[in-house]
Design a protein around this ligand. Structure first.
Ligand code: ZN
Length: 357
């Protein structure tokens, strides 16, 4: 069985599923559909969304008890990174840990799903790495599923992540009035006006500069000015804010509204945060099973990075990020541990079939 998972992970890595390669992403999804179709208990649908494509698989029962979620797209890499290699019990290649290894396990679990399994669903999307990607959200909406519990298979080294930050991207445009550089009194300087605004935002008390799981703010890009000897009439900046709870987003929203005026235009794009009660009974169950199989303690964690788990939280559904062991996502020498994939498979199967826990 582990041989199947290794083979499948390697096969998935070979598909160069980057944002610009729509055709390869489609080929990859079609390959998965064909692979899964060997299990006649499954209903397999390919669904087009406004930002990509997805596969929605169920065992044709009522509302799913467990939903597995993953993405098959990757961030760009050197060509050689799409040729998977095995070294020291690790599979190396782009997407190995983010997250084709986990996806291979999820596919294998579904392909071997037995009649005795509870209602299950698998959602695989091809646009998680894109900032606009929201296929997972649209699949939840379109299929109207309300899984009792969902696992997103991003890397967690077998810890259970129940919280992830939400994002607010601000685009701030400052409108001034141009004048000759020698007569600044006749103009309005868009750059200094923008700087004042940025300073205000950056020093909001909600962004405490202490370490830990807290809201943060980064002024990430800035442009402005037309010529060395002119008062700038236009300047703009991007600000990347991360928040940990919904009330913080509401507070930030109110503050933004107060700052906006005729000269300072602000466009804000909100992305939800992920929040699941750590005492949820399925979180407990996952923790017990993982501890038992790994024979070591498992942490319940918060994480600063985001994932598609946010869309389940947005829909009010309990979700965790839970994945195997690996390193170097979005970087050279990305790998997933083979032993970890084997354990991941066992944990998922125990979660599905073991009635004693
Ligand atoms: Zn990922």
């Amino acid at each position: 069985m582990i041989q199947n998972i290794i083979k499948l992970t390697k096969k998935l890595i070979k598909f160069r599923t980057t944002e610009d390669n729509r055709k390869v992403k489609t080929n990859c999804l079609n390959f998965i559909i064909k692979y899964l179709s060997k299990n006649t208990l499954l209903s397999i649908k390919k669904i087009k969304t406004s930002t990509g494509n997805a596969i929605f698989v169920t065992n044709m029962r009522k509302n799913p008890q467990l939903c597995l979620n993953g993405h098959i797209d990757v961030v760009p890499a050197r060509l050689e990174d799409y040729k998977p290699k095995i070294k020291t019990n690790k599979i190396f290649g782009r997407g190995a840990i983010d997250m084709k290894g986990a996806v291979a396990v999820m596919i294998e679990v579904m392909r071997r799903l037995k009649k005795t399994a509870p209602p299950m669903a698998l959602i695989l999307v091809d646009d998680e790495e894109q900032s606009v990607g929201k296929s997972t959200y649209e699949i939840i909406e379109k299929t109207k599923i309300k899984p009792l519990f969902t696992m997103v298979g991003e890397q967690t080294d077998f810890n259970i992540v129940t919280k992830q930050k939400g994002t607010i991207n601000l685009c701030i445009v400052s409108k001034g009035k141009s004048a000759h550089g020698a007569e600044p009194q006749k103009g309005i300087n868009a750059i200094t006006q923008l700087m004042d605004t940025l300073k205000k935002i950056d020093t909001w008390p909600i962004f405490k500069k202490t370490a830990g799981y807290r809201p943060t703010c980064v002024i990430s890009t800035i442009q402005g000015g037309e010529a060395t000897n002119s008062v700038p009439c236009c300047a703009q900046a991007a600000v990347n804010i991360r928040y940990t709870q919904n009330w913080e987003a509401e507070e930030i929203k109110k503050k933004i509204e107060k700052i906006k005026n005729r000269k300072i235009l602000i466009h804000a794009q909100f992305k939800p945060c992920m929040m699941t009660d750590a005492g949820n009974k399925y979180v407990e169950r996952l923790k017990t099973i993982t501890r038992k199989l790994l024979k070591k303690d498992v942490d319940i964690k918060a994480s600063s990075t985001g994932s598609d788990a946010k869309y389940f939280s947005q829909a009010g559904l309990p979700v965790v990020v839970f994945g195997p062991i690996g390193k170097n996502y979005h970087a050279d020498q990305e790998w997933v541990e083979i032993e970890g994939l084997k354990k991941y498979y066992s944990i998922l199967n125990s979660f599905i079939y073991d009635k004693t826990i």
